[in-house]
Design a protein around this ligand. Structure first.
Ligand code: PEP
Ligand code: MN
Length: 333
């Protein structure tokens, strides 16, 4: 349920109304827009009578929210959410490019790539330490050692780091990680999502291979309902009948998710298409569709990468893409 407060209502009256609403046993989220203040009510609103709420002098309108996701719903929070990460903000009009290798492989590799992508304008460094691999015989990541190397790269370059958590037992290792990634395969690991909701770290939540927009938003809701509102949604391609590309980039996800939710939406074209050749076009298409950013795999030696070499740009290819992305962003603003 949302309560729209009349224009120019003094803050004290909004505060008094909020207290009354809390007395009804619901949680109230205040969203201060440029014109209207919107109060989002979460919890059991079934016993609240819309007409009874409309009696309050400062209430302009009261509406029930049909969608099962509340905190993530744009109706609750009409303005775009912008999430601070270091000195940078993700969402809310700024463009965020996250780049780095699929997996951390060595100190030389991660620091080298970090320096390269930073010079090209990336705002965050990615790198997998815990790797969800289809085969148990494939490289599983450097695990704890991988996180230590990411932290070294962060120290050298000052780039905030993004890395994937696969199990809540790993959380202690993520103390100095800036953004925790929940991978496609874990999008519906609800226990993990609930626990991450108890942290205050930004969570980069990737869409599952076969999940709907509503399922993605419900997963974001799990994190938010546990108290962590810092969720970034990521479209990374879904499984369709097409087999030429690794997955199918669902470009519609960008404008649709941005309409349904106030959360930032970024696109990972690397895992979507799986081939270096098409990553620049899909990156530009994603920005044109309104994405708040991109997550791109970059490797100093793709031919010898331990994971996802076929979809990893070289630092030079990434640099060229960043120049084109900057021109496009300037044109579409
Ligand atoms: C990744 O970003 O390294 C990754 C494993 O992605 P996804 O979960 O989208 O497959
Ligand atoms: Mn990868």
């Amino acid at each position: 349920m949302i309560v729209i407060v009349k224009k120019s209502t003094p803050p004290a009256a909004v505060e008094a109304l909020t207290c009354k609403l809390r007395d009804f046993g619901v949680d109230v989220h205040i969203s201060q827009g440029s014109v209207h203040t919107v109060l989002g009510l979460v919890g059991d609103t079934s016993k609240l009578d819309i007409d009874q709420l409309k009696i309050f002098e400062c209430v302009e309108d009261v509406k029930r929210i049909q969608e099962p996701y509340k905190n993530a719903n744009r109706k609750f929070h009409p303005l775009d959410t912008s999430i601070p990460v270091g000195k940078h903000f993700i969402g809310g009009g700024s463009l965020t490019v996250i780049a780095g290798p699929c997996s951390v492989e060595s100190e030389e590799q991660i620091i080298g790539v970090a320096e390269n992508v930073k010079a090209s304008g990336a705002k965050l460094l990615r790198g997998g330490a815990f790797k969800p691999r289809t085969s148990p015989y494939a490289f599983q990541g450097m695990r704890e050692e991988g996180i230590k190397l990411l932290l070294k790269a962060k120290q050298v370059t000052k780039l905030p780091i993004v890395t994937e958590i696969m199990d809540i037992s790993q959380l202690d290792l993520f103390d100095e990680v800036d953004v925790i990634q929940v991978g496609a395969r874990n999008m519906q690991n609800f226990e993990l999502l609930k626990q991450l909701g108890h942290t205050d770290k930004p969570i980069l939540l990737k869409r599952g291979l076969a999940n709907t927009y509503q399922e993605l938003l419900m997963s974001a809701e799990y994190i938010m309902a546990s108290g962590n509102e810092n969720v970034i949604l990521c479209e990374r391609g879904i499984r369709t009948f097409e087999t030429y590309t690794r997955n199918t980039l669902d470009i519609s996800a960008v404008p649709v998710l941005k309409k349904l939710s106030h959360l930032p939406v970024i696109v990972d074209p690397s895992h979507a298409v799986g081939m270096v050749e098409f990553i620049p076009q899909l990156s530009l298409a994603s920005l044109a569709a309104g994405a708040d950013g991109l997550m791109i795999e970059v490797h100093n030696n793709p031919a010898n990468a331990k994971c996802d070499g076929l979809q990893s740009l070289t630092p030079e290819q990434f640099d060229q893409l960043m120049k084109r992305a900057a021109k496009l962003s300037a044109a579409i603003i």
